[in-house]
Design a protein. Structure first.
Length: 652
């Protein structure tokens, strides 16, 4: 064994431990020369103790000690063994790790005030959430451009502040770290300095987030040990960055070690991002490498972008043009839901608490700060909860209610700022119940949408198996989306519950081995059920479109900062038509007459009025907003009744 393993024990304390007993544990450890660190994890108190001399059972017999474990990894604080949950690092308003993908972008080096301001605006516009740029450049040649130093950092800070964008920049010496501390939101440790231990210790002690690049010749274990240096020195916020390693291949600048991403995510709880620019070194390959990183589970990317790469002071050949970066962001946005994630966005600059939005100037809308609750139907592990987390982040304040109408109620009476309801599934079509609710709640509007990939699992209590199941419980949508699988088990009795998580809870409650539920993997984990079969939906292309709903306010509307285009580009309407020949055609003609593209048309019976129908339409709002308003005016004249369900930004 390498000599740096001094033996680390993890001591999990009982929730009921008395102060006196806890003191006893500490005294024994400290008197035996152990270094002790306490943390809480999912409500448990956990002490990690490094040193030697004590046997596990000597601690296990102490009152108030629940369990003692020995870690086998030399990197203790970075290891999943000490922390099962993913660490989420906050850099200003940006959260790295978890359900959302973060893209950092900017030039290799800050070259002038104008250069950094211009490129910052371009990358921000395309959806980057953190600005990168080197002020101190560690260059292979002493004659190459070394960076503008502190002046460059000030230019970058100003550019970031003007756009509400946090910044990351490389620190190359322990002395500079202290000087740079208040000017940067995150430090970058470059590949060349990954094992500069004095630098790691100094930067770690400043307790700021650190982006740790992998050394060009570093093994995964060496990389994680460098992260350990940072964590042991004081910071809790380390992000690992794979940026290519040196191999025998010389065609590309380095070799992107794509396999390191799932491996490191398994070994460590820290977020892992990828730098495709330094890995490939050639602009033409950055796009493909970036997408592969997202597909394999990276939490984000850092990409070099320059407005004039041919004139760049450093790394021009690998820097994307802003237009190429924009295309990359669009593709990442489309890919993200396949991986169960969502691209993270920043609120528009100059965000206001409540945005101004009206149908004639829908796009002057600004973002409202999300501080209030978001309602969803179901319990922990519900698909709507996942959609909510993808849209608003892990720390979104959630309000679980028991039905879809409960979500509308919560939004209407102000218990929630937003609600998340499914409106359409790619396999089974519209969720009519929610469309009908928009009519019952005319003061609630759609203010955004998000697409979520749905993977269904059959789950049951421990000890049950496929042959013991007699009854299956789920929401009606769960049954419809798993029809092919259920058809193979025609003997099962299907029992409809208000939500998939209600079905899960009913199984937990009655403890039966004859009943199973169809719900998400997260629901099985949250409520302690075992998965009998995963991925039982009829088709892999199973997506649900969720509407984000909010209360309509006089001329105002809350807008969530979910990913999507910069301004509202989609509207959903419902109308009924006169009972006369050609009435529907004339209504649709009002839209097509202005060149409006209809993306969905559906009819629904009007409740209480047999054989008469409401028509639901989704349409794309053209660049020229006047055309949309003209079409609406024309439609108002033709239709008997017209309700605008929402004007919002379409999901990818
Ligand atoms: C950089 O990000 O600008 C940089 C120098 O990267 P690396 O340390 O990975 O070479
Ligand atoms: Mn560079």
């Amino acid at each position: 064994m390498p000599d740096y393993i001094i033996g680390t024990m993890i001591i999990i304390l009982s929730k009921e431990i008395s102060a006196h007993d806890k003191k006893l544990v500490y005294s024994l450890l400290k008197d035996s020369g152990y270094t002790v660190r306490e943390q809480t994890l999912c409500g448990d108190t956990l002490i990690s103790a490094s040193g030697k001399g004590l046997a596990m059972h000597e601690l296990e017999i102490l009152p108030g000690v629940e369990r003692v474990a020995q870690t086998s990894k030399p990197y203790e604080l970075a290891s999943r063994e000490t922390r099962a949950d993913d660490t989420i690092v906050s850099v200003g308003p940006v959260k790295i790790g978890g359900a959302r993908i973060v893209v950092i972008a900017g030039p290799c080096a800050v070259e002038s005030r104008e250069q950094i301001a211009e490129v910052a605006e371009r990358v921000r516009d395309s959806g980057a959430v953190i600005l990168r740029g080197g002020a101190f450049k560690p260059r292979t040649s002493p004659y190459a451009f070394q960076g503008l130093g502190m002046k460059g950092l000030e230019y970058m800070k100003q550019a970031g502040e003007a756009l509400g964008m946090p910044i990351v920049t490389e620190v190359v010496s322990p002395e500079l770290a202290t000087e740079m501390k208040d000017l940067t939101d995150m430090f970058q440790i470059g590949a060349r300095n990954m094992q500069n231990f004095e630098l790691l210790k100094r930067v770690g002690a400043l307790r700021k987030p650190v982006l740790l690049k992998r050394g060009a010749s570093a093994t995964i274990e060496e990389w994680l040990l460098s992260a350990e240096y940072l964590l042991a020195s004081g910071t809790n916020d380390v992000i690992l960055c794979e940026r290519g390693i040196r191999t025998f291949e010389t065609f590309t600048r380095n070799t992107l070690d794509i396999s390191a991403i799932p491996v490191v995510k398994g070994l460590s709880h820290l977020p892992v991002i990828v730098d495709p620019s330094h890995a490939l070194g050639i602009r033409a390959y950055v796009h493909a490498a970036a997408l592969s990183a997202i597909a394999v589970g990276a939490d984000g990317l850092t990409v070099e972008v320059h407005c004039n790469p041919d004139k760049a002071f450093s790394d021009g050949p690998q820097s994307l043009y802003p237009d190429q970066f924009e295309k990359l962001m669009r593709d990442i946005e489309a890919l993200a839901p396949v991986t169960g994630k969502e691209l993270q966005r920043l609120p528009p600059p100059n965000a206001k608490k409540v945005s101004e939005i009206s149908f004639s100037s829908a796009w002057t809308a600004a973002f409202s700060l999300i501080t209030e609750k978001i309602a969803f139907s179901g319990r922990s592990g519900a698909f709507a909860e996942r959609a909510l987390i993808n849209a608003f982040g892990e720390d979104a304040d959630r309000l679980p209610v028991s039905s879809f109408s409960g979500v509308f109620d919560a939004v209407l009476d102000g218990r929630a700022a937003f609600g998340m309801v499914p409106v359409e599934n790619s396999l089974t079509g519209s969720v009519h119940e929610n469309y009908d609710l928009f009519l019952r709640y005319p003061d609630v509007v759609m203010t955004g949408e998000i697409k979520l990939r749905i993977v269904h699992c059959l789950m049951a209590n421990e000890g049950a198996d496929l042959s013991s199941i007699k009854t299956v419980r789920s929401h009606a949508q769960g049954f419809a989306q798993c029809r092919d699988f259920l058809d193979k088990h025609a003997e099962w009795y299907l029992e409809i519950h208000p939500t998939t998580t209600d079905a899960v809870l009913s199984i937990v409650k009655d403890g039966s081995k004859n009943a199973a539920a169809i719900a998400s993997e997260a629901a099985a984990n949250a409520h302690g059920l075992v998965i009998l079969k995963a991925g039982i939906e009829n088709n892999l292309q199973n997506y649900t479109r969720f509407a984000i709903i909010a209360r309509k306010q006089e001329g105002k509307q809350l807008i969530p900062a979910v990913s999507g285009p910069k301004k509202p580009n989609k509207a959903s309407l419902v109308f009924s038509v006169k009972d006369e020949p050609g009435a529907l055609i004339s209504c649709l003609g009002s839209l097509s007459g202005e060149g409006i593209n209809m993306t969905k048309l559906e009819s629904r019976p009007i409740l209480g009025s047999p054989w008469s129908y409401m028509f639901y339409v989704d349409l794309a709002i053209p660049e020229d907003e006047a055309l949309f308003n003209k079409a609406l005016d024309a439609l108002k004249k033709q239709a008997v009744k017209l309700q605008i369900l929402g004007v919002y930004r379409a999901a990818a």
